[in-house]
Design a protein around this ligand. Sequence first.
Ligand SMILES: [Zn+2]
Length: 280
Amino acid sequence: MSQLNNILTIDVEESFHRNDLLLSTGQRELLGGRLVEQTERLVSLLKAYGQRGTFFVLGEVAKEYPQLVMRFVEEGFELGIHGYHHELVYEQEREEFRHQTRKAKALLEEMVGKEIVGFRAPSWSITERSLWALKILADVGFQYDSSILPARAYLGGIPWSNTRIHRREEAEIIEVPPSIIKIGRLRLPFSGGLYLRILPYSFIQFCIKKLNKKGIPAVIYLHPWELDPELPRLRLKWKGRFALYHNLNTVQAKVERLLREFSFAPIQEVLKDAGSFRGP
Ligand SMILES: [Zn+2]
């Protein structure tokens, strides 16, 4: 197993939270109610391989399933905030964003009796037009953010952003971007979500090794529902079907290999080891 600690992040939400699907209440109900089971599957995998991750929890999920939040704490996983209602940052007014973020942070901190210092925006929605969010995040007490995908993505991303962990200029905050691989002038995301489902494991492994060889930790991201091949099938247009169901049956095996072949630690620990973090 490689010695360098990589980062495994999990955005704790239901499959119906995807911002690219406009689902009816009935459709949301069909997809919902599976989060505890889906998350438990992921927690068991991490435990089986003695690995720990960072769980970015949505405020409304914490409110409905407080037992999940306590489960993460019990296992020694790190908690972060994924917003309150999974709204795109650039579609929110600044004061609304401040209010929702603070509300989610206060709710989770109240539950666990500990300060939470990490944030991830839904759908990589801290983009060029919402960089103002970083200042608000620092103001409300976050020390790091993991919301800027340094590539072009469907709903977010900043294709020319720094690909390494770095301090931002806009605010007193550290940015922990999800990993991408540079192929010529192309920046290809490989490290999570649909990319992890589409790409063969050997390619993902190659990308992580390439980063680790340069001393760079890979930042992987997942959603609990992506390990649920039984996710109820909705009648959707092909794009929605692809985004929601493509290769769901391949994820567990890929995650197991990742956990077996690489070492993972919570974001706070990786930052502390790099000497760039004071901690909560
Ligand atoms: Zn999300």
